[in-house]
Design a protein around this ligand. Structure first.
Ligand code: AMP
Ligand code: GLY
Length: 428
């Protein structure tokens, strides 16, 4: 059978690589893909948000299952368009994707479902929002654009001045376009963050192994926010007991309430959870696999990913066998372009990929790369997700950084402390 992965980052490379391992899958297409998906599958020159052409391609190639990586096509209704054409696809409908597409929608759902989350206030008028901040005792707020802002619409503030600046940036200066016309102001929570990914078929919830992302650009979680500079799995802070609490208090009521509202959720439900002194609280919902979390999590999955996602798409997770995992932890280190998360150059030749490929228990997932003739060159801010498995987190970290050492291009950099947080305890 032929399958199609939509997207072009590290998450789509791991999806392509893993789906290609299924004995049932003869070929994995990736649209538009990168230089890595081209090695493990076949790239198709169609943009991830060109839904009309993707439907035509899937019809022509008789695609047995389409798996969507990024949120933009999901929020734009790719699943509805495929279903209308009778094409099997894994992901939430446009209505259910509002869980990520609108932070106000997500907060209202959580309120209805009684899911623990930060207190929040919604504003359509900037001066009202400024007045609200001025009347409070502290400036410990998080200001969020309501709509999709490519992960950049969130400002964590320590002072009232910062909060007011963030409000004006979004609502007056249009930093996030229409996505920031409406904002949320949230109370600022403190604690460790974990990424909880679950497959949902409308009713049944199958959690994946836990992971932790590293969103800040520099070591020690300093510097500006990025799309994620690395991740590891499992996250030891998310103990079995905490996972039970997260399933009972967060995942079950959210999925149940979505169904009750008539917007059944199918796809990956990704809860960004903060482990606070008052228990786990949801920071955000995403409706897709995390990037880079998907790289270490799926590298550990032994179950056939095609069968699993097909079962979820068909509403058949309840009789799916228990997932099998590699017990060994995995660590993914993101190698980035000089200047990222600000502006950066593209087109720089990458050397050493063949040497890294020879290392055992290591896989270099491509994110921002493209092939120019016989050379692979940089094509994005996050360029590679170098992932290693080891008998413990320390060994996995060592493997990943050994592979990082093989690879170079002008200005390449990475955080040096990916997975060190694994030693911290909840609420530290
Ligand atoms: P989001 O896109 O909503 O997950 O926000 C991005 C990042 O901002 C999160 O991963 C957290 O590090 C931080 N953040 C979001 N909401 C809060 C909050 N209420 N309190 C503290 N930090 C937050
Ligand atoms: N790694 C964060 C995300 O995928 O949203």
């Amino acid at each position: 059978m032929q399958v199609l992965v939509v997207g072009q980052g590290g998450r789509e490379h791991v999806l392509t690589w893993k789906l290609a391992q299924s004995p049932q899958v003869s070929r994995v297409f990736c649209a538009p893909g990168n230089a890595g998906t081209e090695q493990d599958g076949t790239n198709v020159d169609i943009a991830a948000d060109d839904i009309g052409r993707l439907v035509k391609f899937a019809e022509a190639e008789k695609i047995a299952l389409t798996v969507v990586g990024p949120e933009v096509p999901l929020v734009a209704g790719i699943v509805d368009a495929f279903q209308a054409a009778g094409l099997p696809i894994f992901g939430p409908s446009q209505a259910a994707a509002q869980l990520e597409g609108s932070k106000v929608y997500a907060k209202e759902l959580m309120r209805q479902a009684n899911v623990p989350t930060a207190d929040f206030w919604v504003f359509d008028d900037s001066e009202e929002a400024v007045r609200f901040v001025n009347e409070r005792e502290t400036g410990l707020f998080v200001v969020k654009a309501d709509g999709l802002a490519a992960g950049k619409g969130v400002t964590v503030c320590s002072t009232k001045g910062e909060a007011i600046h963030a409000i004006r940036d979004a609502m007056v200066h249009g930093a996030f376009g229409d996505a920031g016309k409406r904002i949320l102001i949230e109370e600022r929570l403190v604690g460790q963050e974990v990424s909880i990914l679950a497959l949902v078929d409308g009713r049944t919830i199958v959690t994946l192994e836990t992971s932790q992302d590293h969103k800040a650009a520099r070591d020690g979680d300093e510097g500006p926010n990025t799309g994620g500079m690395g991740a590891y799995s499992p996250a030891p802070v998310a103990t079995g007991e905490l996972m039970d609490e997260i399933i009972q208090k967060i995942l079950i009521p959210s999925v149940h309430t979505m169904r009750k509202r008539g917007t059944e959720f199918r796809g990956v439900l990704y809860a960004g959870v903060m482990l606070t002194a008052q228990g786990p609280k949801v920071l955000e919902f995403n409706v897709r696999f995390g990037d880079p979390e998907a790289q270490p999590v799926l590298m550990r999955l032994k179950t056939d990913l095609f069968e699993l996602l097909q079962a979820a798409a068909k509403g058949r997770l309840s009789d799916f066998p228990e997932l099998e995992w590699d017990e060994r932890p995995a660590v993914c280190v993101v190698m980035a372009s000089e200047g990222y998360p600000g502006s950066y150059k593209k087109g720089l030749p990458i050397r050493g990929l063949e040497d890294a490929a020879k290392l055992a228990d290591t896989k270099v997932f491509h994110a921002g790369t493209v092939r120019h003739g016989d050379q692979i060159v940089t094509d994005g801010g996050r360029v590679l997700g170098v992932t290693g498995l080891g008998t413990n987190i320390g060994a996995a970290k060592k493997r990943a950084y050994e592979a990082v050492k093989c690879i170079r291009w002008d200005g390449a950099w990475c955080r040096k402390d990916i997975s060190d947080k694994a030693r911290l305890m909840p609420c530290e």
